[in-house]
Design a protein around this ligand. Structure first.
Ligand code: PEP
Length: 252
């Protein structure tokens, strides 16, 4: 099934109001390529302003809390994200898993919370370098999927999975196209087992050092239906080139 490509930028802890000019330029690039769905996930501080400025991109959060409100200092609820104009949330990013100790069960609860507030959700999975070297990459990712995927009725319709090998994030290193394809095929099979036919419509994004130079090759790998992009999403120049690469693939 040919899925509409989804290209999402994760700005991590970068960006101030001055950076909204980049988001506006990315928005204009998205307008030029309607065959591609484009999203940006800035820090919470910028979600509302970016959502107000954006016309052709979706704006999302990089995380959300499992509860709708309460005494959780520093956290942001999915309902608050939606209220600020977000339409999706990223959950289970490897930096949250590693630096904030997030378990699969917590990631799953966050995904359910986001869906419950009407947001789409991107669930991130990916192995460490040691796990890949030990030949455990597919087993690790399968375990993360089993523990993190939302199970709510209709979840698959608003779900994307981002495969992000931890060792490729921010390092400039990427897996071979064959390895990306093999992992994405394995993820597709798990999605089928989890959601039945609906699993075929879930987009599987590749993430980890995607840039303007390697995007076309990575996006062409088997079962890759988009990209989750960190560093190269911070400027319109590099992110627009990735959006254009996805659009070109649709045309070709
Ligand atoms: C990410 O953190 O989601 C990511 C893919 O980062 P980068 O593109 O910078 O490797």
């Amino acid at each position: 099934m040919a899925l509409r490509p989804l290209i999402v930028g994760n700005w991590k802890m970068n960006g101030t109001r001055a950076t909204l000019a980049e988001a506006r330029a990315i928005d204009r690039a998205a307008a030029r390529h309607p065959a591609v769905e484009v999203g940006l996930a800035p820090s919470f501080t910028l979600v509302m302003a970016m959502a107000e400025a954006a016309q052709d991109i979706a704006v999302g959060g990089q995380d959300c809390h499992v509860k709708p409100s309460g005494a959780f200092t520093g956290d942001v609820a999915a309902a608050q994200l939606a209220d600020a104009g977000a339409s999706f949330a990223i959950v289970g990013h490897s930096e949250r898993r590693a630096l904030h100790g997030e378990s699969d069960a917590l990631v799953q609860a966050k995904a359910e919370a986001a869906l419950g507030e009407g947001l789409a959700v991107i669930v991130c999975v990916g192995e460490t370098e040691a796990e890949r070297d030990a030949g455990q990459a597919e087993a690790v990712v399968a375990g993360q999927l089993a523990g993190s995927l939302p199970t709510a009725e209709g979840a698959a319709a608003r779900l994307a999975v981002a495969y992000e090998p931890v060792w490729a994030i921010g390092t400039g290193r990427v897996p071979s196209v064959d390895d990306v394809g093999a992992m994405h095929r394995a993820i597709r099979a798990r999605l089928g087992a989890a959601y039945g036919e609906a699993g075929a419509a879930v987009r599987i994004l590749y993430g980890g050092s995607v840039n303007a130079a390697n995007a076309a090759e990575l996006l062409a790998a088997d079962e890759v239906s988009g990209a989750l992009v960190g560093g190269a999403s911070l400027t319109a120049e590099s992110f627009s080139a990735i959006i254009a690469a996805a659009a070109q693939q649709q045309d070709g």
